[in-house]
Write a new protein. Sequence first.
Lengths: 228, 388, 438
Amino acid sequence: MTPLIEIRDVSKIYERGRQKVEVLHHIDLDVAQGDFLALMGPSGSGKTTLLNLIGGLDTPSGGSIGVGGQRIDNLGASALAKWRASQVGFVFQFYNLMPMLSAQRNVELPLLLTKLSGAERRKRAAIALELVGLADRASHKPAELSGGQQQRVSIARAIVSDPTLLVCDEPTGDLDRQSAEDVLTLLRALNRDHGKTILMVTHDPKAAEYANQTLHLDKGTLVEQTVA
Amino acid sequence: MKYLHLIWASLFRSKTRTILTLVSIVAAFLLFGLLDAVRTSFAQAGQSANGAQRLQTGSKLSFIQLLPQSLQARMVGVPGVKTVTYANWFGGAYQDPHNQVFSFAVAPNYLDVYPEMAVSDAERKAFADTRTGVLVGEGLAQRFHWKVGDRIPMQSTIFPDRSGSKNWAFDVTGIIHSTDKKASGFFDQMLLLHWSHFDDTTPYNRGQVGWYVTRVGDVNQADRVAKAIDALSANSDHETRTQTEQAATASWVKQLADIGLIVTSIMGAVFFTLMLLSGNTMMQAVRERTGELAVLKTIGFSNASVLAMVLAESVLLLVLGGVIGIALSEPLIPVISHGSNGMLSLSPVGPGSWALGLSLMLAIGVLVGALPAWSAMRLNIVDALARR
Amino acid sequence: MKIWVSLLLILLLAGVLAVWVILPWQGALVLAALFAAWLVATRSGRRAMSVANVGISTLGQRLGSSAVIVVGIAGVVGVLVAMLAMAEGYAETLRKTGSLDTAIVLRGASAAEVMSGLDHDSIVQIAQTAGIARDAKGEPLASPETVVAANLPLKDGTADDEGSVQLRGVGAEAWTVRPQVRIVDGRRFTPGLRELIVGRGAAKQFAGLVPGHEIRLGSQTWTVTGVFASGDALESEIWADANVVAETYERGNSRNSVTVRLANPTGFAAFKSALEANPQLKIEASTTLDYFSKQSEGTATVIRIIGIVVGTIMAIGAMFGALNTMFAAVAARAREIATLRAIGFAGLPVVVAILIETMLLALAGGVIGGATAWLLFNGYGASTMAAGSVGKLSFELHVTAGVLWQGLKWALAIGLIGGLFPAVRAATMPVTAALREL
């Protein structure tokens, strides 16, 4: 079976002033459809950079990335934006919800980029909120929600347009133990029951246990693969 | 527009800042509404459908020089002329020489040339039948609490009667209602008395007329008729100058002050400071929201759409404040006209002013939002997210 | 509790502003001196200064938002000063035209010279009244004058554009009664001929008023023989021999007014009673200073009111701009301010420090606005139909010290209001919350 994500010989070099820093060195990686992959490594190892590349937030300095048979390393900014809208959902460490919008409206945001009618958008957002167990909090603003609840709203937003891929950067990094467990359970359910392919960066080994594969990055190269 | 809710919510993200900025914008456009009303009132003075049919004939020598009454019969004979009437400045004042009243001694057919002055038939007849009768504008009657039937004392600052006294007395026989909303202040404050009574009573007039007003049959012939009227008195000792009412009024206004220049200069200063102020607000707003804008981009909003949203926010801010500002100026305008006792008769904020105001709001909104929108567009997602 | 504090604040503010409005500049200097003394001599004063110094030294980082206050207030002051300068210039020009030792006599109950009419008999009697100065030959220094309007083509218009200029027909004594009038180009007109001299202001407004040129008044041709200057409203007029003017305008022997020079510079009251004692005269007399000052009042007041109304609306805009900027500044420095208060700085030094910062910016705005108005408008020529005359009056805008002080007052008042509420917010915000914000 062809892997969903094919990463071949990918490198990323940042230029800070006159200094050139090579953050990723010749990475080769395959991710299968329906995988739940954890990416671990010390700070500065380049895991967030790799995640950004796979999610189409940045382009590699060398090599190729293919997702679902489409090359994304050679797309321009607006083409990447379009690709992200339909193919990727993001979950961040600090939730990144719009503070002035209700949970419902936050979840609807990605749908504004589609041709759906207002009623359709509301329906889909409601379904997504239902899925993460927060249907009763739809009209609350982020300030009125706990950290864990905000993260779950953020996950609802990430899945509302039914993307191919879910990309999570330290999703439990800012949560207490209980909330973290709720979020990870949710992610695992999305993966097992709904077949979502998930890539998760984390520094917490306990979080990594929820994934079915863990990769380790050190100084920009893949070090070992452990299968859960 | 489905993005409206997002743009509106973004605008009010920092309620204090947005509301404070809005008040400043409201103040600026309130001033615009008032000043533009003044500007258009002066620019349009004398321009009316009825005015287009009227010509004013005065002495070429000066506006205080009088003309012989015999000229009327000759003017009526000029082709294209429908009606000729005349009037003299009476120089009336009520109770105090400095309380000037717009008073005119007029020919019997004066009202025929001014359909904007509506007087009931009964009152017209009463006026015609009463030698000492006067017709009073509604606003003027209200100002001094005059009613039909009152006998009012009036001074003339210029003309004494045969005994040398400047005190005259008149009977109020009717009220003039103005049908022209734009020039209402002027007709509203007038007092009309009979020329014949005036000429008989004062020894200083000697059968002369202040100026003639002619109603032409065809508006397009106005200039030709004007020249023909002036030709009647060419090379005499009472040479005339005939102009359309519009030209005469415009000339008078021009001598008063260059209103357009003053208004434009003030509004220039106002909008300059406004642009700086709202520009600063928008820059602050975008700077605070780099994270959120980055997230929008991760979701899939293109750079161009982020640019558009920030621009839309800026325009929305300006339009919201601007519309409220101009709307607020509307009720204030009649207050100002009223307070000037007929000296200023301001027209209400017309579609022209609204159109100008809206284009200014759009232009300023775009100008002010351009830089912040551009920096939002250029925002690097990875850097912005890393900064959180 | 919060509401009472706000109300109290607003009342206090209203009181301070009421006093400020009437304060002359000497009062402000005294206040400033007292304040400086407090800053230097007392402990809380010195603390306020140190907090203020920190704020002021970081102004460079907040150029954009600081500019909002400065430019906003500069705009208000600029417009206000320009309008007040217009009123001032107009009133001054008319005021200068009169003096205490000359009097003008009109027909009773005339609002202005042009509306008055005196017959020959009255003129003779007026000239004979006691109190008028006499020349070497014993003739009274009295000038019976005719004032009329003349339509002349404007300089900056099409050939058809005409304006009205006040034409004054003067008697032989006009020059001795008005010594400020002097010929600066050409020569005086010859009595009895259709010749006239034009004021400098009139020459600027109307076409063809150059010595040697001919102009048409109505159907007659007149020759311009000279230009005169007087530094007042008379410069907007054109002068000719009263007899010739009276003939042209069919006035016969009557004149509009008689202007006299008083024998005794303080002898107006005596002169007036002498006139009123004559039962055959129905006249009104006033010193020319009084007469022209009154004429200017109406229009000058209107211009001032317009300036103040426009200025007030602009000031509201500037004030909210200042509030915005200072609220943001206080929010941005919440941590510093909270730290200071945690250390032990009381509320007052913090409030005063923020006020100092705001008012310094306001002062800068006021100075820039006033200076710009002075540069652009001082001496700027303007003209309008003057009240009580029938001709265009030329005058120059005059940005006086008084007008600049008014502008500065407004600037500081806006700064005070715009800075007070944020300052109080800074002094009363919960310290722990601010310290927690990272």
